[in-house]
Design a protein around this ligand. Structure first.
Ligand SMILES: *[C@@H]1O[C@H](CO)[C@@H](O)[C@H](O)[C@H]1NC(C)=O
Length: 910
């Protein structure tokens, strides 16, 4: 069996039968039959290879490969991290892969850092196609005999997972990739299953118009290039092949080989550069048959898409006087008739054909053909989607400049700053829209010296910049005030001098910026600088040698002037603060909190951290004020981290933070007020306004959007850890927003112990795995979300209490689901007004989320897609009903009778 997307070369014995996959598209590229030279063996030794990069990972010195004439380089200049190793000598003798590929004798491993990236900068630059091939041979280099598993990325996109089936096989992964920038990264990402390593990494210039990937957002993943009709097991590569493809010889079912020793005509076109050695052999059907059949089944995803290249050249002399004509039928799509030309190579590919899932092709002789078909070689590739774009180039350039200016040598500062999402640059937070932007940079205590670099002001999307506790000297640059979205600027603990630019102070005074300048002994906190100003005035006075009295008099005047100005400013600040509500995330004083809440009169909720009060801002905007009981230090720390986090986490389905107060142990968060309370209240039996299924679905979709943002939209996944219907709040229009995501200790930090030390969650919603592992992760949130879905469907609470006992909602639900009794499941108050299919689908989604083990639960993104489909079904029903209602008036009574039946049938929890 051939693995769909990677190939382990297993000493030519594993692939006796061709199993194929093809997709089909609407057009075939017509064969371009041209002349090809072949038989010519390039003299590699005297060639330079401008389009080649060859890294033999783990060697100390560069060397010339005698067989291919290619210069192999050490890792130097491509990567700074990692360590060199040799494969274990004990078993390397007589190993085919090590003897044939010298590159496999050593490797570079990456015990440190989650992401280690090679930087590839080919001489020929961007807007060209390159093949990138990474090879791996573990060879028990670390004497642990444990084969690691890890991910490989091309640039910011997932390429593959490196899974080796044996310690002594070579695995190579190859793609054809169109470079849109001069530099590309290949990153190895530690996924917690062993230390990543690599044996060799090569890049080969491979321009061919056949690939046509320029704007496709995809690369082509090599699955196989097959040289047909060979009698030996030779595999060809450079310098038989200009692109250094690796051609394998494989048997073709029900075929006989044919061969020529003649040379081909020289190609004058952009051919696929199939080596002559490969084209000289071909297969044709066994005697009596007029077709060749091939089938490939991928072990990968059934939605994987493929592109197939067929290579033909007439090599039978007799065919010059007779007609050989055939068609290719690939997954049911038939090509135009093809006639290969004598000793002229031609290629055809399934270019625009959607070749997906199981693939099947037949090459049949046409009726008028004198000869059976032939096939010289095939290549097939899988489309590798490259959905993510790299970080915004100006942000990227700015952070690279900052890295260089301050000579920041962090192991994880490699590759793209924002992507891949999970192991990212430490101290950096990005926002992921179409192009990732850097929104937070924390270089606190990073030994930065010199002045504040102007590159910081090129980070135009930045919201939080922390440069505290470094050795920064010189002035605070005015340009920092021009950063449009900067909300937090921490420069404390440096050696900055001079005065603080007015513009920065103004922003801070208006509450637009949280500015920290403490512990800069030489920095003047008041602007204009106090003694400086005195001196400026004093000089002319002294020069004119007027009496000291004048000096004193002047000083008094100046002092008055300053005091007066400061008064005015304070008043100004006050009126802005109390007045219109212009800035989000603004700091409030405790006395303002007292005023807003009318001295804490109306309690509207209570959570783990304290009570929630109703408040009113000066402009009558109602707000919810969460006051944190000043208890543990832990709480304080989290609150602060939280306030900062909330400032940069924004989503329409997360309750947004309006401001916060952090004053001498009094801590409060001010949120937007949600008129319709929480979902639990809405679903409770005492609520008169019954939510329709459509509304419930919309709430589920809203909440899933919010959760998806927390899980997948932020640089580090944020785990809510206390998702429950009481934390889903509803606006006036019943738009749902997730609340409390700040306070329930969220971030997954690198410090894993942090997670387990903080018990979180609410009975009924806690991931059953938490009891075992003590660990809450994204999938724990998915579990809780599943429970909320069940609540939405059934209207029942997570813990169903009755006189005798309390049971978990799943204990009640599961047996009914098994019986398939949907009408007993659905909230009876819906009175049958729903589409049964939509309801079933919702139940299925809920059950998949609420699986007992996290591995069985889907990602929230998947859940969201499913919920949307569910909504589409429900909406379709609504449309139909509306049409029916327009036609008949009897609908109502029918619905009523269903409703009666329903409420009789639904068991109340006992
Ligand atoms: C920056 O990192 C330091 C140390 O890790 C931390 O104490 C500080 O709170 C961080 N600053 C911000 C704005 O997150």
């Amino acid at each position: 069996m051939v693995d769909s997307h990677k190939l382990i070369i297993v000493l030519n014995n594993l692939l006796p039968v061709f199993i194929f996959i093809f997709g089909f598209t609407s057009s075939w590229e017509t064969p371009r039959l041209t002349e090809a030279s072949v038989g010519r063996r390039t003299l590699a030794t005297d060639q330079t290879h401008p389009g080649f990069i060859s890294i033999d990972c783990g060697v100390e010195e560069d060397y010339l490969n005698g067989e291919t004439g290619i210069l192999y380089k050490s890792d130097k200049g491509f990567i700074n991290t990692g360590e060199n190793h040799n494969v274990s000598s004990s078993a390397s003798a007589n190993n085919y892969y090590i003897e044939t590929w010298k590159e496999n004798r050593n490797l570079r491993s990456f015990p440190d850092g989650n992401k280690n990236c090679y930087t590839l900068k080919p001489e020929l630059g961007k807007n060209n196609y390159y093949r990138i091939r990474a090879s791996f041979l573990y060879g028990n280099y670390d004497d642990k005999n444990e084969i690691p598993e890890f991910d490989i990325y091309v640039g910011v996109n997932y390429w593959d997972t490196v899974k080796l089936s044996s310690a002594w096989y070579m695995l190579f992964l190859e793609i054809i990739h169109f470079f849109t920038a001069d530099t590309e990264y290949v990153c190895l990402v530690n996924t917690g299953s062993g230390i990543p390593f690599i044996s060799a990494l090569v890049l080969r210039f491979s321009n061919s118009s056949f690939y046509n990937l320029a704007n496709s957002g995809a690369a082509l993943k090599y699955i196989m290039a097959i040289d047909l009709g060979t009698s030996n097991n030779d595999s060809f590569r450079y310098n038989d092949d200009d692109y250094d493809r690796i051609w394998l010889s494989r048997q073709f079912p029900s075929s006989v080989p044919i061969y020529t020793s003649l040379n081909f005509y020289k190609p004058d076109y952009d051919s696929n550069k199939v080596p002559a050695e490969v084209l000289r052999t071909a297969v044709k059907p066994v005697n009596g048959s007029r077709s060749l059949n091939y089938f490939y089944q991928s072990s990968g995803s059934p939605t994987s898409q493929y592109i197939v290249f067929f290579h033909f050249a007439e090599i039978e002399e007799s065919a010059q006087y007779r007609l050989r004509e055939f068609t290719i039928t690939l997954n049911g799509f038939r090509s135009e008739p093809i006639t290969p030309q004598y000793l002229r190579p031609g290629s055809i590919n399934s270019k625009d054909l959607l070749v997906q899932g199981v693939i099947n092709f037949t090459i049949d002789a046409t009726e008028k053909s004198d000869l059976p078909p032939l096939l010289n070689a095939i290549e097939y590739y899988q489309f590798l989607p490259l959905p993510f774009s790299p970080t915004d180039p100006s942000d990227g350039d700015a952070i690279m400049a900052i890295r260089q200016t301050y000579n920041i040598n962090r192991n994880d500062w490699q590759g793209d700053p924002c992507l891949p999402n999970e192991p990212s640059w430490s101290g950096l937070i990005c926002r992921f829209n179409r192009t990732p932007r850097i929104i937070s940079l924390n270089l606190s205590a990073s030994k930065l010296t010199g002045e504040i670099s102007s590159s910081f002001s090129d980070l135009l999307a930045i919201e939080s910049l922390d440069l505290s506790y470094n050795e920064l000297k010189g002035k605070v640059s005015e340009v920092l005030a021009q950063l449009p979205t900067l909300k937090v600027l921490n420069l404390s603990g440096n050696k900055l001098s001079g005065s603080v630019p007015r513009s920065l102070k103004d922003k801070s005074d208006k509450g637009l910026l949280v500015l920290s300048l403490a512990e800069n002994p030489d920095l003047c906190q008041i602007d204009p600088c106090h003694h400086k100003e005195t001196r400026n005035f004093a000089v002319p006075v002294v020069v004119s040698v007027v009496s000291g009295l004048v000096l004193i008099f002047l000083s008094i005047l100046i002092a008055f002037g300053i005091i007066k100005r400061r008064r005015q400013r304070e008043l100004l600040i006050k009126s802005t603060k109390d007045g219109s509500f212009e800035s989000k995330n603004r700091p409030f004083t405790y006395s303002q909190i007292v005023k807003i809440t009318g001295n804490f009169t109306t309690v509207i909720g209570e959570g783990g951290f304290g009570k929630v009060y109703l408040g009113t801002l000066n402009d009558n905007t109602p707000v919810a004020v969460k006051l944190l009981s000043p208890s543990s230090k832990q709480g304080y720390k989290e609150f602060r981290a939280e306030a900062q986090l909330l400032m940069i986490v924004h989503h329409r389905n997360l309750v947004s933070l309006i401001g916060y107060c952090d004053e001498c142990g009094n801590m409060a968060l001010i949120y937007e007020y949600m008129v319709n309370g929480n979902l639990r209240q809405q679903l409770s039996e005492t609520n008169r306004n019954v939510l329709k299924l459509k509304e419930r679905l919309q709430i589920a979709i809203d909440a899933a959007h919010g959760l998806e943002y927390l899980h997948n939209g932020c640089k580090r996944p944020i785990v809510h850890r206390d998702l429950k219907s009481a934390n889903i709040l509803l606006t006036e229009s019943k738009q749902a927003k997730i609340a409390d995501f700040g306070l329930s200790k969220l971030f997954i930090t690198e410090n894993a112990s942090h997670i387990s030390t903080c018990p979180a969650g609410t009975l009924g919603y806690i991931d059953p795995e938490f009891q075992v592992s003590g660990n809450l992760n994204k999938k724990s949130d998915v579990y809780s979300f599943g429970i909320i879905l069940v609540e939405l469907i059934t209207g029942k609470p997570a813990i169903i209490r009755s006189h005798e006992r309390s049971i978990h909602i799943l204990q009640w639900l599961s047996p009914i689901v098994q019986k398939g009794d949907i009408r007993s499941i659905i909230d009876p108050r819906l009175q049958g007004e729903f589409d049964v299919n939509a309801a079933w689908k919702m139940v299925e989604i809920a059950m998949s989320c609420a699986q007992p083990t996290s591995i069985q639960r889907p990602d929230i993104s998947y859940v969201l897609t499913e919920l949307k489909e569910c909504m589409a079904i429900e909406m379709a029903l609504e449309r139909t009903q509306r049409m029916q209602n327009n036609m008949t008036t009897s609908g109502k009574s029918v619905e009523m009778s269903i409703a009666n039946v329903d409420s009789d049938m639904v068991p109340i929890a006992r």
